[in-house]
Design a protein around this ligand. Structure first.
Ligand SMILES: O=C(O)c1ccc(O)c(O)c1
Ligand SMILES: [Mg+2]
Length: 598
C-alpha cells in the first residue's frame, strides 16, 4: 500500500522534513498545520516542493473544535474552515482532518454534530475537498472510533468520511473488530502509531510517547488488517508525536519510520519481504584499534591465541574455543583505543539474511574488500555496527576464515577456559534505542526480552536483550539517558567460561586485573541469597558477581575498560537465561570509580 507520514513525526523545519521523507522512500505526507505556519515557504512553494520530491499531500491537519456548537459559533467555525480550504487549494491538498472537539462549548448532541459536519462537508465538496472526522481519545463527547463513525453515518454526505487512528483506538483498549462494519470507502484515512504500554493520562501519552509500529505494545497490525478487510485502500500513514524523534535527525528517523511500516505490512499479511534467517551463534566480534597493545595484552591474559592473519587487510584473528575476536589495526577505533566495529553472525543462509535486511532498508556493506577476499554478506545495523552473515567452516559456503593464514600461537600458556562468546552488549545512540530493538528483533529474527531500567550513578539506562531461541546469539542493547561523553557508546563482549574462578585467577596472575567490586555488595548478596560461606569468600576475593533465578545460577566479572570496550566473563548453570541485570548498578558504579581512579 502507499506509505505516508505526518510531518509532526520528524524534527526540523518543513523543507528538511520533506526532503528526509522523500529520501527515505515515502509516497506521501500529512502536512501538520504548525509546520506550515512556521515555514517561510508559501503553500504554493510547499506544493511544488512536494511535487519535485515525488510526494503527494495526502492530508492537511488538524482542524479542531468544529462540531456540535451553538449557531453563532457555527458561523464562525465555518468561516474558519473556508480560510483553511483556501490554504488547501493553494497546497493542492484535498483531504482535511477534523478531530473531535475538546471545546467546552461543544454539546453532547450527535444529531447536531452530524448536521454541522454535513454542512462542513457540503462547503468542502464545492471546493473539491473531503473531510475525515477522527475521534480523539480525549474528545469531549466523541472519543471512540465507532462513535465518530455513527456520526459520519448519520450525516450521510459523500464528502464526509472517518479517519481511523490506531493510537486513539488501542490506547482506550478499543476493539478494532468493529472497523470491519465500516464501509471501506467511508474510511477516508488511516493513521498509525504505536506506544509503549504505560499507565498515564491518555493525552500526555499520545503527545509524548507515541512511537513507530512495532516499537511499542499496541496491536497496530490488527487495526491495519481490519481496515483493509473493511475495504480501505488509502495510504498507511504514520502519525507519531514523540519527544525523542522531535530531537533526533530527520533523515535517520524517516528511514526508521519506513522500516516500521514495511514490517507492519508484513505483520498484517499485506507484504512478504524475504523471510528471516535467524542467526544461531556468533562467528566473531571485530574490534578496531590504532594502538592494539593493550587489547592484545587482555586477550592474551584471557587465554586467547593469535590464530591467523588476514591475507589482504591488517586484521588478526584471536581465538579460544569457539570464541573469535578480530583485531583490526587499520581503522581508527575510539581515540586510538579499541572500539567494536563488526559482529559476525553464524547464519543458516547468509544471502537470505542479507536480502531481508536490505529489503528492510539496512545499508549493504560492500561484499568484497580485496580482489581475492571471500565474498561476504553484510549490512549495517542502525548504530552503524557492521553485521556479517557467516557460515564458518561449512563445506556448502565460502567461509570468512579462508581469508586468514595461520600463525603460530603467541604463547603456550594454558588457555583460559573460554569456550565461546556468550553475548555482546551494544550501547545505542540515545535516540535510536527503539529503532535498534525493532531492527534486531524483526529484521534479524531474534526474540526480545522486556525492557529494563538500570541505575547508573549519573542516570538511568534502558536495557533490552534480544536473543535467538536457543541462546546461541544474545545481544544486550543499552541506551544512555542523554547524549553525553561520559556514558555513551561503551560496548562489551561477554565470554562464556566453564570455570569462572579459574579464568579470573588466570587473568590476575597474568597481570590483567579485574574490576574491583565493593565489599558491601557481597554482604547484600549473602543477605539475599544465603550463599555458602566458602563460595561467598571466593566470589568476594575474585570480584565475581552473582545472580540466580528458578532455573539456574549466573556468575560474572569484568575486565577494566580499554578504549570503549571491556570484556565480561560469564558462567551460566542450569537454565539461567538473563544477564545479571540485578548487578548492573553495582557494576556501572564500579566502572565509574575505576575510570576516575577512586
Ligand atoms: O494530539 C492531537 O491534538 C492530535 C491531532 C491530530 C491527530 O490526528 C491526532 O491523532 C492527535
Ligand atoms: Mg490522529
Amino acid at each position: 500500500m502507499r506509505k505516508s507520514i505526518a510531518t509532526v513525526s520528524l524534527s526540523g523545519p518543513l523543507s528538511e522534513k520533506l526532503t528526509a521523507i522523500a529520501t527515505a522512500g515515502f509516497d506521501g505526507v500529512e502536512i501538520f498545520e504548525n509546520d506550515l505556519l512556521s515555514t517561510s515557504l508559501s503553500p504554493e512553494d510547499v506544493r511544488l516542493r512536494c511535487a519535485d520530491l515525488g510526494l503527494s499531500i495526502d492530508l492537511y491537519q488538524p482542524f479542531r473544535d468544529f462540531e456540535a456548537v451553538p449557531a453563532e459559533l457555527l458561523a464562525r467555525n465555518l468561516r474558519r474552515a473556508e480560510r483553511k480550504f483556501d490554504v488547501m487549494e493553494r497546497l493542492g491538498a484535498d483531504l482535511l482532518l477534523v478531530c473531535s472537539s475538546v471545546a467546552p462549548e461543544s454539546l453532547d448532541d450527535d444529531a447536531l454534530a452530524a448536521e454541522q459536519l454535513r454542512q462542513l462537508a457540503d462547503r468542502a465538496q464545492r471546493r473539491g475537498i473531503r473531510i475525515a472526522y477522527e475521534a480523539l481519545a480525549w474528545g469531549r463527547h466523541v472519543d471512540t472510533y465507532d462513535h465518530a463513525w455513527r456520526i459520519v453515518e448519520q450525516a450521510d454526505h459523500p464528502a464526509l468520511g472517518t479517519c481511523l487512528d490506531s493510537f486513539h483506538i488501542l490506547s482506550r483498549a478499543g476493539d478494532p473488530g468493529g472497523i470491519t462494519d465500516i464501509p471501506g470507502e467511508k474510511i477516508f484515512f488511516l493513521q498509525l502509531a504505536d506506544a509503549p504500554l504505560m499507565a498515564m493520562d491518555v493525552l500526555q501519552w499520545s503527545r509524548h510517547y507515541r512511537c513507530f509500529p512495532g516499537q511499542g505494545g499496541l496491536d497496530v497490525a490488527g487495526v491495519v488488517a481490519a481496515a483493509v478487510k473493511a475495504g480501505y485502500r488509502g495510504p498507511l500513514s504514520l502519525e507519531v508525536f514523540n519527544d525523542v524523534f522531535r530531537q533526533a535527525g530527520a533523515a535517520s528517523t524517516a528511514v526508521d519510520a519506513l522500516r516500521s511500516l514495511l514490517l507492519l505490512e508484513e505483520s498484517a499479511g499485506l507484504a512478504a519481504p524475504p523471510a528471516a534467517a535467524a542467526p544461531s551463534g556468533f562467528a566473531f566480534a571485530e574490534l578496531t584499534a590504532a594502538d592494539t597493545e593493550p587489547l592484545r595484552g587482555v586477550l592474551g591474559a584471557l587465554g586467547f591465541s593469535r590464530a591467523g592473519r588476514h591475507t589482504s587487510k591488517p586484521v588478526e584473528l584471536w581465538q579460544q574455543g569457539e570464541a573469535r575476536i578480530l583485531v583490526n589495526t587499520g581503522a581508527g577505533g575510539h581515540r586510538g583505543g579499541p572500539a567494536l566495529a563488526a559482529i559476525g553472525l553464524e547464519t543458516p543462509d547468509p544471502a537470505q539474511a542479507a536480502r531481508r535486511a536490505e529489503a528492510l532498508l539496512a545499508p549493504v556493506v560492500p561484499r568484497r574488500r580485496g580482489p581475492k577476499d571471500t565474498p561476504l554478506d553484510a549490512v549495517a545495523a542502525p548504530d552503524a555496527t557492521q553485521l556479517f552473515f557467516c557460515r564458518t567452516g561449512k563445506p556448502d559456503h565460502p567461509s570468512w576464515t579462508d581469508d586468514f593464514t595461520g600463525l603460530p600461537p603467541t604463547h603456550a600458556e594454558p588457555a583460559g577456559g573460554v569456550s565461546r562468546i556468550d553475548h555482546i552488549a551494544l550501547t545505542q545512540p540515545w535516540h535510536q534505542f527503539d529503532e535498534a530493538s525493532l531492527f534486531y528483533r524483526r529484521v534479524l529474527g531474534l526474540q526480545a526480552d522486556e525492557s529494563l531500567d538500570l541505575a547508573d550513578p549519573y542516570g538511568l539506562f534502558r536495557s533490552r536483550a534480544v536473543a535467538g531461541p536457543d541462546g546461541g546469539v544474545r545481544i544486550a542493547l543499552n541506551v544512555a539517558p542523554a547524549p553525553g561523553e561520559e556514558n555513551v557508546r561503551f560496548q562489551h563482549i561477554a565470554l562464556a567460561t566453564d570455570d569462572i574462578v579459574a579464568t579470573a585467577r588466570l587473568l590476575r596472575e597474568r597481570g590483567a586485573g579485574l574490576l574491583p567490586i565493593p565489599d558491601n555488595y557481597y554482604d547484600d548478596l549473602d543477605a539475599r541469597h544465603d550463599i555458602e560461606p566458602h563460595l561467598l569468600r571466593t566470589l568476594r576475593e575474585s570480584g565475581i558477581l552473582y545472580d540466580r533465578d528458578e532455573t539456574g545460577e549466573f556468575f560474572h566479572c569484568y575486565t577494566p575498560t580499554i578504549g570503549r570496550v571491556f570484556f565480561e566473563l560469564v558462567q551460566r548453570t542450569g537454565g539461567y537465561r538473563g544477564y545479571g541485570a540485578q548487578n548492573a548498578g553495582v557494576r556501572l558504579a564500579a566502572q565509574h570509580a575505576y575510570q576516575h581512579g577512586v
